[in-house]
Write a protein that binds this ligand. Sequence first.
Ligand code: ADP
Length: 484
Amino acid sequence: TLPALKNPDLLVEACLIGGEWSVSGSGRIDVTNPATGAVIARVPSAGAEETKRAIAAAHAAYPAWRAKTANERAVLLRRLAAVITENQEDLAQILTAEQGKSLAESRGEVGMSAAYVLWFAEEARRVYGETVPSPWADRKILVTKEPVGVVAAITPWNFPSSMIARKLAPALAAGCPIVIKPASQTPLSGLAWGKLCQMAGIPDGLVSILTGPARAIGGELTGNPLVKKVTFTGSTEVGKVLLQQAAGTVKKVSMELGGNAPFIVFDDADLDRAVAGAMLAKFRNSGQTCICTNRFLVQDGIYDAFAERMAEAANRLKVGDGTQNGVAQGPLIDMAAVEKTEEHIRDAVAKGGRVIAGGHRHTLGGQFFEPTVLVNATPAMNVAREETFGPLAPLFRFRDEAEAIRMANDTEYGLACYFYTRDLGQAFRVSEALEYGMVGVNEGIITTEVAPFGGVKESGLGREGGRLGIDDYLEVKYICLGGL
Ligand code: ADP
């Protein structure tokens, strides 16, 4: 059950479709608290019909919204950021109740949501075009940027608030309406965005939020010709399906997909700093983020010391219900996540790995798992190729820089990577050699609204946040002005 909220209106069990709260659809979806297994809410199971209505409402609201000045849109977005901040505690409680992460992490995530909205309120006013020196004496060349049109967003359960912020804020800032489908495990944080937008005075129809079966809603979002852009955060597998579906009407796409993040520790690294960064880069959200370290690559000379310190630190992490004081590790999202973590450990141990911390389901039972550190990891293990998305830190060994780079890049993914060194030359060489969209040098947490977040290779297309984040919601128009 949920703690008493200061503003109980933020907990909604209805979809927002074109400014109306609706329970239409076929039945309801139970929302469970992963820490207790208790059902905390029931949300609608909307389908293609409801999605069509939301898209039509977005299309109808679009002309008036794009005609507003950038400043008018910025004023509303700033108000939205303020409303989020005012309700941060309630939103964090809802987030922990449906997702499981610690309250401290939930407060941080809601803070990031407000930060993204504020950032894009500012960027709304900086959508510059350009004039180009003309090759013709009697013509001018202008390049302008326009909103792409109706946006569809599909978001995951691991950051149920901030993944919406990264899409909703630039879309609205650019002048686009947006239809959002949050993950079915964590719909409440998504639906709360509807209330927040209403409280901020965002006009009806610009933001619709639909909960329900992914295939039905996703099929309509990617197939409907009124939708001009699909933005998705989730697995590479589902991203590929959405890319194929969006191809039918040649929609613009942004894809934030899976990762297989390496975390390299060179011999001369600052050990204290590396261990602190490693713990954050691995165990935040119990290992369930797309930029969480999946593979630790540790140089021979520092391997044993690093392993010992990691085991100590993992054993110190308090596991439990995220609402309790001092808890650092909440439950995993579902039993499938527990089983996958277990399977990666079993496979690694069968191939010569040795567990030096954790390794099992937690004695609390349910979806709780022990923070785990494993040594003697090798490329033959499943964990070398697949994202665990759980609290397992496997330590691979390497001899020199060239081998570390080869191992780090030996994956089809290219989202985030991290490395620790005190050698400035190495810092530059390795940063450039790593085939990743984001590199943390001597830092384990690098996400910020002011920098471009995104991946290369099969980790995605496009960037979210930073100065480039709004471009994904804009089209370029070239105007040739002749007869001058
Ligand atoms: P995760 O591993 O994070 O659950 P998924 O890619 O399975 O990642 O899910 C991310 C989001 O994509 C969720 O909102 C989910 O409901 C949605 N989704 C899953 N399958 C499909 C699909 N076939 N079409 C559209 N959306 C989908």
